[in-house]
Design a protein around this ligand. Structure first.
Ligand SMILES: [Zn+2]
Length: 70
């Protein structure tokens, strides 16, 4: 029984190999994008998923005891 179990597990491990070897680029949001704020034109980081630069990003600020950070 132990043997059967071990065999099944190793088979499973092989079959369940996650995606690998693909040359899919890591998650990014494109290069050369700029802030959508009129007249800004700040280049956005390709890791910035927003459409605005850090200064114009509509911030979703978690409520911190009613204190407004801005
Ligand atoms: Zn901006």
């Amino acid at each position: 029984m132990d043997r059967a179990l071990a065999g099944g597990m190793s088979e499973r491990a092989v079959g369940g190999t996650p995606i690998s070897g693909s040359d899919r680029p890591s998650r990014s949001f494109g290069r050369g994008r700029v802030c959508q704020e009129e007249g800004c034109g700040t280049r956005l980081s390709m890791y910035n998923e927003g459409r605005y630069c850090y200064r114009h990003e509509p911030m979703v600020v978690p409520r911190t005891r009613g204190k407004k950070i801005a």
